[in-house]
Design a binder for this molecule. Sequence first.
Ligand code: SF4
Length: 468
Amino acid sequence: MYTFYYTFFKIYIGEYKIIIHTNYILYIKIKKIKIMKKLSIGITTLGCKVNQYETSQIIANLKSFGFSIVSTKEKADCYLINTCTVTAKSDAKSRNIIRRCIKYSDEHTPIFVTGCYATTNETDIMEIGDNIYVITNDKKNQIPSLIAKTLSQIDIITTNKNITASKDSKFKTRAFLKIQDGCNNYCSFCKVPFARGKPTSTPINEILNITNDYLSSGFKEIVLTGINVGLYQYENHDLIKLINEILSLEGNFRLRLSSIEPIHLTPDFIEILNNEKFCKHLHIPIQSGSNRILDLMNRKYSIEEIIDKIDNLNKYVDGLQITTDIMAGFPSENDKDFEDSCLLIERINFLHCHIFTYSERENTKSILIKPKINKKIMDDRANILYNISENVKSKIYRLQIGKIKRVLIESINNDISTGYSDDWFRCNIKGNFTVTNEFVITKVIDFSKNEKFTGNIMDYILNCEVLR
Ligand code: SF4
């Protein structure tokens, strides 16, 4: 009897793999193997729904190329920051995140910066550090391939297709669909037209195909997004025609519009809002309650017109909820202008107001408007507007008690199901009889406020019971 021991070891020399055995030496010519390490990318997105939507699309592509996605608060092989420039605060935040990434980087780590601030302030960004690659908004659709090429790890088939759809949503139930980009309205306070360029629209067939794809993947809510969706125009399709085509698609789903400018609010919305597939909620950014300020803002509508339009919608659409944006401290805003904004909030009864203070943006016309409002006065006005809007909000929540709402369940935690109603109320339903991504019909019992989310539309929650 004897025991046979296999003892060998391997070494690689150039193109050869050499096996040294106790009894023999074997060498094999090997093919060059490309070792592909799984790369990590730290990503942060600032700003609007369009930016968030575009990032989620980029993430979906990067994942398909094998990247693992992490936060910019940790060490990664490269970073991507999708910046925003809507206010001076957004610029500063964008710069701070780039600096944070530099802190986590070594001298070879590339930092890719895109979005509106990157598009309008390329030089400022390049000056922050080395290894920064600025990718302007018009090249956003090429970001995954540009990143991969820069890292020289993966052979990628580049696509010229626009970024249009994303299923990589953090909400499993809701899918965002970008139908439009750009704006040519040049409101005097807004830098977006410089960052996003002229209006462009996604072809109707592409939108319908993506919607069908979303629906067959199980999404129950589609949100149409864009920079100024009312400017949608593709061949003979405007926004109204497009919405009607989507609403005529088969399936158990609901459609939401992320925002609509007051000027694009037409009586056609009465029919659309009465379609049971369309959510009874509109976000209409009115910006100010003063005609004088609206004129200086180049907003092209009067408060009387917008009140008329909203009254008309309310007359024919039962249970419609409206949210808005109101700015405090636009240059030359006097006490009367400010009072007009306060009155507007109570007159319209907005479910939620996004209150913000004026911020001077380079190249915009409002820079020339004087006098500028002192920061303390701006902040005080914003506080007063916020308090009025919170009052109105709590009244609206109280009025919901006893009402019937259709809720799309997004999550279930400890016997409490949570989701949004068609009219944009966050709802909690007690009991273990719902499943996620299903519509349930509920009755509102009462409401509560979560102090943790103060100032957010989610700070109030309707407590409901399931009817069916
Ligand atoms: S409509 Fe006015 S505020 Fe809105 S993106 Fe265009 S320029 Fe900016």
